[in-house]
Ligand binder design. Structure first.
Ligand SMILES: [Zn+2]
Length: 440
């Protein structure tokens, strides 16, 4: 939906006022009809017990992507989550039948998940001074964690943080995207020359909206009470990049909610985008990615072919001295995982990484009651090359490398309603805090 669409929706929500939720969603159904990409009666399936025979031929996900226009949500060693459009449901089901596989239906209408997410955000913010897209000028950036935000709001928030703490905060523009958007990183440090460094990023995958929401929350947690932070927080240099893939993110907000890649291209057959987390220079040509530009896991035409990958890699390579932690936030699955992803081997100090991850997982359970799992990446997510996490370990020698898969475990998947943002972001912050403490 375009901005005008969202604003009309806001107006409608305000006009409806106290109307029942059922009435509202009925009316919203008419208004959102101009959303270019719709998922009416698209089903989200979980397919267990994918046989080895099929895996050898081709990963089931990629096969179903090609045959039935399926959209892979999650593929790992245990199961595949994939959404299938209404018109392909029957054929896809027959195909699985023939291979003695039966899908578990996680959601029978993806569009209703998308509508619910939108409505939840509209309702949560209808009493706030600004609207869902307009910034509340009186209160600065208008940042909050009741809803997801557009790129402008996220960048305004970063500028606001810098303006508030000019002595310890520096704002970098580390590059531009194919569509000309800035790539921005904040540095927070009382002693950039000497303190050990932590890098945190979000938004590598466009549709994982909870990721940038969590990383901006981490920034807020750090800064709103900076003076009273413990020594293990204040004594570090923090690099924070809430949005590594701004083009993809804006595209997922306005055109296709399930978009994953960046927006470079098109290459062939009008296919856009590279999966940035398959584009880093580590095991690039290996498992878990595709050479097909139309695939959701297209690795690019060469390692680090993408502007976003280059910007981050160059920036970090120049700062690898003292770089102790690389944290990257994704969704979904509720996991805290560490290298390697590109090969079925653990890093040498895996025991230390496992212990710190387990501590974070225990603390999350205490704080919010959510169950996360700590593990080595390849065991729970399957083997995949070209990831930023493996790259930071291999190329920069970073010790504490973690990929955090935030909520949930498949009920809403990427389309996590805004009412879950705060607790999920707190879980993300708990991992950052625990790692910071371990660096000490
Ligand atoms: Zn991801």
């Amino acid at each position: 939906m375009n901005r005008g669409g969202v604003e009309r929706l806001m107006l409608l929500a305000m006009l409806l006022g106290t109307a029942s939720a059922a009435n509202e969603s009925l009316s919203l159904g008419n208004i959102v009809a101009d959303l270019p990409e719709r998922y009416d009666e698209t089903q989200l399936w979980r397919i267990h017990n994918i046989s080895d025979a099929m895996r050898q031929y081709m990963p089931v996900g990629q096969l179903m992507e090609q045959k039935f226009g399926g959209n892979i949500w999650k593929e790992n060693s245990k199961f595949l989550d994939i959404s299938i459009g209404k018109e392909h449901l029957k054929a896809a089901r027959n195909f699985l039948d023939a291979h003695h596989l039966e899908p578990q239906i996680l959601a029978d209408n993806v569009q209703s998940l998308i509508d619910e997410e939108l409505l939840d955000g509209v309702q949560a913010t209808s009493s706030l001074p600004g609207t869902r897209t307009k910034k509340a000028s009186r209160s600065g950036s208008g940042m909050h964690w009741k809803d997801y935000h557009d790129l402008d709001t996220i960048y305004a928030f970063m500028r606001e943080v810098r303006a508030k703490y000019p002595n310890i905060v520096r704002l970098y523009t580390i590059g531009q995207t194919a569509e000309g958007r800035d790539l921005k990183v904040l540095r927070i440090s009382e002693n950039p020359r000497e303190y050990k460094k932590v890098w945190i990023d979000g938004g590598i995958h466009a549709r994982e909206w909870i990721s940038p929401a969590t990383v901006t929350f981490i920034l807020f947690q750090l800064m709103h009470n900076w003076e009273n932070q413990p020594a293990h927080i204040r004594g570090l240099t923090w690099y924070i990049m809430p949005m590594m893939n701004p083009d993809g993110y804006e595209y997922s907000r306005t055109v296709n909610r399930l978009w994953r890649k960046n927006r470079s291209g098109p290459r062939r057959a009008d296919c856009y985008g590279v999966d940035l987390n398959r584009n880093f220079d580590i095991g690039w040509n290996g498992f878990g990615s595709s050479k097909d530009p139309c695939s959701d896991v297209f690795r690019g035409t060469s390692a680090a072919s993408e502007l976003e990958t280059q910007a981050v890699a160059d920036f970090l390579a120049k700062r690898k001295y003292n770089l102790e932690a690389y944290l990257t936030y994704h969704s979904y699955g509720q996991l805290v995982v560490y290298p390697w992803a590109y090969k079925a081997v653990k890093v040498r100090d895996a025991a230390v990484l496992q212990r710190v991850a387990s501590t974070a997982v225990e603390r999350i359970a205490q704080k919010t009651g959510s169950t996360y799992r700590a593990s080595v990446t390849h065991e729970v997510l399957g083997i995949a090359g070209g990831g930023s996490d493996d790259w930071s370990r291999d190329a920069l020698g970073v010790k504490y490398v973690y990929t955090v898969e935030l909520r949930d475990r498949g009920t809403y998947g990427f389309v996590l309603p805004p009412k879950f943002i705060k607790d999920t972001a707190l879980e993300g912050w708990t991992v950052a805090e625990t790692v910071a403490q371990s660096i000490g």
